[in-house]
Design a protein around this ligand. Sequence first.
Ligand code: SOE
Length: 366
Amino acid sequence: MPVTEDIAPRSGYRAAIIGTGFMGRVHAGAVRVAGGSVVGLVGSTVDKAAEAVDALGADGVFADAAEAIASPDVDVVHVCTPNHLHSELALAALEAGKHVVCEKPLATDARSAQTLTDAAKRGGRVATVPFVYRFHPMVREARELVRRGSIGTVTLAHGGYLQDWLLRPEDDNWRVDPDIGGRTRAFADIGSHWCDLLEFVTGQRITRLSAQLSTVNPRRGAASATEDIATLQFNTDAGAVGTSVISQVSAGRKNRLHLEVSGSDATLHFDQEQPELLWLGGRQRSSVLVRDPETLTPPAARLAVVPSGHPQGYQDCFNAFVADTRAAIDGETPDGLPTFADGLRAARLAEAVLESARDNAWVEVE
Ligand code: SOE
């Protein structure tokens, strides 16, 4: 049958997923929604991978990461392992000519993140990092309102990202061990999402910052733990100032990522736990905008998959992120797709945070 332009076949999206924990499951679901297939899993052991096959809807398992990366049946490698393995696996996958989706932090130091970003560029591969909160329609709406000048000149941004799953000393996870999770934990794990969202929505970059880190529970399990709390003050390249509070020990806060941006005319506020809404405050009148595909601006409406009143959430963000990764593999340039360059940006911010906290000083961000 002749292939016409508008039904040109899409390139394959046969994924290998390395890592079978919570993130591996979320990635697998998104791959399937994007029309791809999970051809194989790699777990910490072959048995673990085999146990996860049904839950992740995979075709089978690979013996190890090297086999998955070398496989001619794999187009895209999803790296969902503990952090210390990210850069080694992502680099091997790029060198084998695969497209790569790598969990954040892309690398536990900025130099490795730079090497990965260069390798992706050199090889012409699509290489993305799931800063998925960008994919909430109301985040796109906020970004579009800022872009259109609806809030005026941005002067102030603040907010934070609060969780409580590491509140108690006995709450343990590989993320707290610096040898596995990296030298910063709360900031790299969730502060990176907040900074990404700030820069994505405002179009401004943090140029200097002052950070404090606090470890409430200095030991967890066998390891000396990394920071539970990070607080930052910052300046942006367009003259705005701001603050952010990041914590994984805030009782009752499950995943409270919230961002408020004030401009010379209005203020916007987004709360990830109420993702269907965006508050738009003015001197005379304030309103709550609802995720209604009928009234959203086009960049936000593009991501609205169900009518308003039928809430969209975290998995929908991942689905949209993987769908856009696939579109990029097909040669499109989806707006707002977070790439390894954004992973590098997060690694540079993490290094600035560590340096500032260590020296008790303001630090310029590269
Ligand atoms: C755990 O803190 C975690 O799963 C993060 O690693 C994710 O990036 C965040 O989206 C939700 O919380």
